[in-house]
Write a protein that binds this ligand. Structure first.
Ligand code: TRP
Ligand code: ZN
Length: 470
């Protein structure tokens, strides 16, 4: 967000006075004009304070150590960001944890904390390195017991306990429980994540394993994610895992990490990852990342799966439908990411539709039957999928079931499957590794299909009541 110094229009004398005051207030020791503070939030419709204005993160370099016994975390976050305004100060989101030293461009910065907002005021010496367009580096050292959040809908996220370890689950806001940053889905970045754990334990994260070193009875895993990732999709699973490396038919690495107690019950479904990816590529286009896999933990606090990038997390052995859903999210959500949390139906509607397609092709359940079942389910009509009444309903049934119905109605209106699937692939290609909103989607569909779909949006997407089935 742009926060400008307010200058009101005024009579000439007052204006002169105002300009003089302004000039004094905005002149640094070096004579430049001072920047303004970045906004404390990005005005997300559901989480107005989530994320921060005035900069874009390009890279997170996280160095973490997890103590097995206490679960305490010690971390260093090196954040590389580009200023989108002349900055005098800026915020990071961080919930809980103790903040030690903070530097910006190598110089100690003043830190103020209020709730989950960390305000950093860089040293005057480096202020011109935070001018609009410049790239600057922030280093935050922190430690403590990371929090488990309870969301408005009662589910747990953040730092979640598993068997004898933990897993970081960040949708929609939990990533601020384990590293400071710009935790809105609109600010995607690449990541290096290094995690040190006791020897014999694993730390499994996103992307590819760059190195693994054991020294002094501790092992450091270094994971690297080059493609942009929204922070809610970042994860670290710490514990005893059975790690298996394989590859798809095309030679893309597949890495699974499974709680030893879940290995035999997971093996058959996880063995189908290459098959599901191949099917999804034929349906949705190229897989957007350099590696794939899954993490199966035995979650104590949560019972949901999450499409963490490259390697979705499952709270126990998944069935094939759930695997298809989470792998479909790698295209819908992870590569093409919601612009705000209001656009989340684009993730869940398409991931649900992927299940319907899979079930038709592999289980003999026609998409029409899935559509009909969703249509008959009253829970899917509680609210329009792109307008959950509150954060508590963000992942409510309409976001999934009615979202998928919207997709199917588009296909029916187009009346040409080849054109429909080409449109879906085109949508993914147009926003690959980016963000997109509901408005982007409806405009894209109308433009590519050449259809006026006002009626469809007014009823199936935005209508308050259940339309005639048609
Ligand atoms: N995205 C997850 C899935 O579909 C579900 C989920 C987990 C979720 N946590 C959430 C959805 C928080 C919305 C908000 O598999
Ligand atoms: Zn989902």
């Amino acid at each position: 967000m742009d926060q400008r110094t307010p200058v009101r229009s005024a009579a000439p004398a007052t204006l002169l006075l105002a300009l003089l005051t302004l000039a004094t207030a905005c002149t640094t020791d070096t004579g430049g004009v001072r920047g303004t503070p970045g906004a404390a939030g990005l005005r997300d419709p559901y989480f107005p304070r989530l994320g921060n204005g005035g900069y874009d993160v390009t890279h997170y370099d996280l160095t973490l150590a997890v103590d097995a016994g206490s679960g305490l975390l010690r971390g260093t976050a090196e954040i590389t960001a580009r200023a989108t305004q002349d900055l005098s100060a800026f915020n990071l989101d961080l919930a809980g944890l103790d903040v030690g030293s903070v530097t910006v461009e190598g110089r100690p910065a003043a830190v103020n904390r209020a709730g989950s907002e960390l305000t950093l005021r860089p040293d005057n010496e480096v202020e011109d390195r935070l001018r609009k367009g410049r790239t600057f580096r922030t280093v935050v050292r922190y430690s403590g017991a990371p929090r488990t959040f309870t969301d408005a809908d009662g589910s747990k996220e953040g730092w979640v306990r598993t068997g004898r370890g933990s897993v970081a689950l960040g949708e929609p806001t939990g990533s601020m429980a384990w590293f400071p940053g710009n935790h809105h889905p609109s600010d995607k970045a690449s990541y290096d994540i290094r995690v040190t754990v006791p020897e014999g334990w694993s730390a499994v994260s996103n992307g590819e394993l760059a190195s693994r070193r054991t020294a002094g009875r501790r092992t450091t895993f270094h994971w690297r994610t080059r493609e942009p990732m929204a922070s809610y999709l970042a994860t670290v699973a710490v514990g005893r895992y059975t790690v298996k490396q394989s590859a798809t038919g095309d030679g893309m690495p597949v890495l699974t990490a499974v709680d030893p107690a879940a290995v035999s019950a997971s093996a058959a479904v996880l063995g189908r990852i290459p098959e599901v990816l191949r099917w999804a590529e034929q349906t949705f286009g190229p897989y957007p990342f350099a590696s794939a896999g899954a993490i199966v933990g035995l979650s104590k606090d949560s019972d949901y799966a999450l499409e963490t990038q490259n390697r979705p997390f499952f709270p126990g052995p998944p069935d094939i439908g759930l695997l298809v859903h989470e792998l479909a999210h790698q295209w819908f959500g992870n590569s093409v990411t919601p612009e705000s949390w209001q656009d989340m139906w684009l993730n869940e509607g398409f991931a649900t539709y992927a299940e319907w397609l899979w079930n038709e092709e592999h289980e003999g359940v026609p998409v029409r039957d899935s559509f009909d079942a969703a249509y008959e389910n009253d829970a899917n009509w509680a609210f329009p999928p792109g307008d959950p009444p509150s954060a508590a309903e963000l992942s409510g049934p309409p976001v999934y079931g009615r979202g998928a119905m919207v997709v199917h109605r588009i296909r029916q209106r187009m009346g040409d499957d080849e054109a429909f699937f080409a449109l879906v692939r085109g949508w993914l290609k147009a926003h690959r590794h980016g963000n997109a909103s509901t408005e982007d989607f409806t405009a894209y569909v109308e433009k590519e299909s050449g259809l006026d779909l006002t009626g469809l949006w007014d009823t199936w997407l935005n209508g308050r009541s259940r339309p005639a089935r048609g």
